[in-house]
Design a protein around this ligand. Structure first.
Ligand SMILES: *Cc1c(COP(=O)(O)O)cnc(C)c1O
Length: 808
């Protein structure tokens, strides 16, 4: 091979600077360096390139006097960053060859980078996709969150049970981040509020910590724009009390620092229920206050007059976790900038937008009023003032009666009084959006029905999206190359150009290549499963995948019970032409969520039994892959044939896993829930497997008295599978283990798994039929990839930018 000498020189230059970084920043030579040292040296070298673009982006936004977007989120499920950065900079080949000159493999370094998991699931991943899209669209934006020392726990599976282990993603340091010691803010808690003679109000907190900014650059596609993810970390003002130390009270001397550090120590599991801990509310206020202070400070520095804040800043609240920001901005405007309430309220509402993520009543955040008042006495007064104004306004509207007033109020008066964060966020924002068409429609009908009557233009829809850089280009290079060869590069800048691929569904040579790419992704996953779990799976079997947080509404149990029913069928009818299937599960359960953890154990018990039963002849294999996170998703999704999106209709706000799978050529089996509906509208009824009740049907059935027992008794397959599980067939070591879980189906079945079972099983058999017509299957998968470009988060962000933030 002839090598271009100029290229050779530039590779050598890059290789030299990586080595130089290794020696001078890490303090090791090439012989002593461990893989993590090479990783750090590579990141620090690449980072130099990013920093220059970053400063240029910031300067350009400043010079243009541009309006900035502030995305406030208690969660950012970022994943690894090296591959993301080098592909977006379009330097993968170059970095890889430069490292090769040192005998170092870039792909291997990428694999040892810790997965930054500062989030629980979809909500946090959405924030990460949005950050990448905002940078790719060159929209000046900041993400604000918390730099948790311990993010999402690492899941170990011990004898089938989930065990939560701390994940120390910062163990080797974090070469991506920049500490900004000068960007620090005073955050107070507790104390009292004193009215001065002049009518001003003074809050004197009983305790305080300092919030310090830690910045991570977010590189957009093609590296043209770089934004900032600013995460706050807590410190004590007085890290050590020397007098106490010298008096021999060593731990007392360090108590303040310990207390401060505790604040940003752990991410709360918040997928099922709002964590009731005071620490959670402290975290919310800590990060909200620091972010709002930073935004106000920047605005005044750049533009002088705080009155123009809504023209220059759009603050988006990702769910209600940052909702106290509304009260915090009011406090700063009234107490520090001496605005009258009405004018402060006008500025506040014009600045905030709020995104709702769930209709599950148990996940709607509210705080006991005494706790809120004790921790944030000044904010409590402001919440009362906002509420008085809100309820005055509501009183004047026809059709709003006492019941509606009680529902609109920021204070829940039924039982122990509580502060409703969703109502605060709604009242304090000019836009309130849902995350898929059905979800937005249900918001208007259910949780926010009365607020919607009061403000009928405020609720709008912004269907979620995913970044095609991470979720196609980076995780599936084989498919990316194939698409490029077929339709050119355009889809890399505009995912909707994927539609040009549609005609290739009818091209048999293309289908062959498409199939070969999928197969090689499946071989890679099969190897990973063999190496990590010792389980052999057949890459020619249908890979049927359900990976997401474990939650009853997502109905992993429906999938497991159908698996058991299929197992029975295969054994009873060995003469039939069964489709070889591999059922793959992965996901974490909130540590306090008993039933979800039991579902994990059941998946593992069922897997053990089926995988070791010679009578299924390898036609069915089941695996639960431990420690689901972004990196594992990036490995599994490109290898999936079937995507399980089977939540009870009306309960999944949107889902984004569904989009990732479709974009990687898996067909969806799903209910008419969340964004599944919009996926179906785009890919077409023939290219998706829809089953089960609609959200309306679920509502009607609930209202008319659902009787799961008669449904279960009326379905042979279901009844046998449930009985087998209940009687301990899969848990011979503890026959009662699943009696309660199965009993719950007979007694209530809130998630209506029984009602949807037969329809689901039938849909699974039509999956088999389609699978066995290889041409039809592959044509459908090609059509899925071609038609889901609309689910790019670039499209979602353009809609937010146009309709909510007015920045594009
Ligand atoms: C996409 C993603 C999710 C969300 O998945 P859903 O199927 O939409 O619930 C959760 N966790 C990770 C790691 C993801 O990548």
């Amino acid at each position: 091979m002839t090598v271009n000498p100029a290229l050779q020189r530039s590779l050598q230059t890059l290789a030299d600077s990586i080595l130089d970084t290794l020696v001078h920043r890490i303090g090791k030579d090439a012989q002593a360096a461990l893989p993590h040292d090479w990783l750090a040296a590579t990141i620090l070298t690449v980072r130099n390139d990013i920093v220059e673009r970053w400063m240029a982006s910031t300067k350009a936004a400043h010079a243009a006097g541009a309006k900035r977007v502030y995305y406030l989120s208690l969660e950012f499920l970022i994943g690894r960053l090296l591959r993301d950065a080098v592909t977006n900079l379009q330097r993968s080949g170059e970095v890889s060859r430069a490292l090769a000159l040192h005998g170092v493999d870039l792909a291997a370094l990428e694999e040892i980078e810790p997965d930054a998991a500062l989030g629980n699931g979809g909500l946090g991943r959405l924030a990460a996709c949005f950050m990448e899209s905002m940078a790719s669209l060159a929209l000046p934006a900041y993400g604000y969150g918390i730099r948790y020392v311990n993010g999402m726990f690492r899941q170990r599976i011990d004898d089938g049970w989930q065990v939560e282990m701390p994940e120390s993603w910062l163990a080797h340091g974090n070469p991506w981040e920049f500490e900004r010691r000068e960007s620090a803010y005073f955050i107070g808690f507790g104390g009292e509020v004193i009215a001065t003679d002049s009518g001003q109000v003074h809050w004197s907190p009983a305790e305080a910590v300092e919030a310090m900014a830690v910045d991570t650059p977010v590189v957009g596609w093609r590296g043209e724009h770089v934004n900032t993810l600013r995460l706050w970390t807590a410190r004590a003002f007085d890290p050590i009390k020397l007098d106490r130390f010298n008096a021999g009270d060593f731990s007392g001397a360090l108590a303040d620092q310990l207390r401060a550090e505790t604040l940003t120590r752990v991410l709360y599991p918040n997928d099922s229920t709002a964590a009731g801990q005071e620490l959670r509310l402290r975290q919310e206020y800590f990060f909200s206050s620091a972010s709002i202070q930073d935004i106000v400070r920047r605005h005044i520095q750049y533009f002088g007059d705080i009155r123009t804040l809504p023209d220059k800043a759009a603050i988006q609240l990702n769910d209600t976790h940052p909702a106290v920001s509304v009260a915090e901005l009011m406090r700063l405007l009234i107490d520090h900038h001496e605005f009258a309430f009405d004018e402060a309220w006008k500025i506040t509402r014009a600045t905030f937008g709020y995104t709702n993520h769930t209709l599950l009543p148990e996940a709607l955040e509210s705080w006991p009023l005494p706790l809120f008042e004790r921790l944030l006495p000044r904010h409590m007064q402001i919440v009362y003032a906002i509420n008085a104004r809100l309820l005055r306004e509501a009183r004047g509207v026809t059709g709003i009666d006492d019941r509606a007033i009680a529902a609109i109020s920021l204070i829940d008066e039924g039982g122990e009084r509580r502060v409703r964060m969703a109502n605060l966020a709604f009242a304090g924002s000019h836009s309130v959006n849902g995350v898929a068409a059905l979800h937005t429609q249900l918001m208007k009908k259910t949780v926010f029905a009365d607020l919607h009557r009061l403000y009928p233009t405020r609720i709008n829809n912004k269907t979620n999206g995913i970044t095609p850089r991470r979720w196609l280009q980076q995780c599936n290079p084989g498919l990316t190359t194939l698409i490029r060869d077929a339709i050119g590069d355009g889809f890399l800048d505009d995912a909707e150009r994927l539609i040009d691929l549609d005609v290739f569904a009818d091209d048999s040579a293309f289908r062959e290549r498409f199939w070969a790419v999928k197969r090689s992704n499946k071989v890679a996953l099969a190897n990973h499963i063999k190496d990590s779990m010792g389980l052999r799976i057949d890459p020619d079997a249908l890979f049927d995948v359900q990976i997401k947080r474990i939650h009853e509404y997502k109905r992993q149990l429906l999938n497991i019970i159908e698996t058991v029913a299929l197992y029975d069928q295969i054994r009873s009818h060995p003469e039939r032409d069964w489709t070889p299937r591999v059922k793959l599960f992965a996901g974490k359960a909130a540590s306090s969520y008993h039933n979800a953890k039991l579902v994990i154990k059941l998946a593992n018990d069922v897997a053990r039994r089926i995988n070791s039963d010679p009578s299924v002849g390898g036609l069915l294999k089941v695996a639960f892959l431990p420690n689901y996170n972004v990196s594992l998703a990036e490995q599994i999704i490109p290898a999936a044939d079937l995507s399980e999106q089977i939540s009870t209709a009306g309960l999944e706000a949107s889902g984004t896993g569904n989009m990732k799978f479709a974009m990687n050529g898996a067909l969806t089996i799903g209910t008419l829930d969340g964004a599944n509906i919009e996926i179906k509208d785009r890919v077409g009824d023939d290219n998706i497997f829809i089953f089960g009740m609609t959200a309306d049907e679920v509502e009607v059935k609930r209202a008319s008295g659902y009787d799961p027992r008669s449904v279960i008794d009326g379905s042979n397959e279901l009844c046998q599978a449930v009985s087998a599980i209940a009687s301990g067939v899969f848990s011979p070591d503890d026959r009662q283990r699943y009696a309660g879980l199965m009993g719950g189906l007979y007694e209530g079945d809130w998630f209506m798994l029984a009602a949807d079972f037969d329809s689901y099983a039938t849909a699974q058999r039509s999956v088999d039929t389609r699978w066995n017509d290889r041409d039809a299957w592959v044509a459908s998968t090609v059509r899925n990839v071609a038609r889901v470009g609309w689910f790019s988060s670039d499209r979602t962000i353009r809609e937010y930018a146009r309709d909510i933030w007015t920045v594009m």
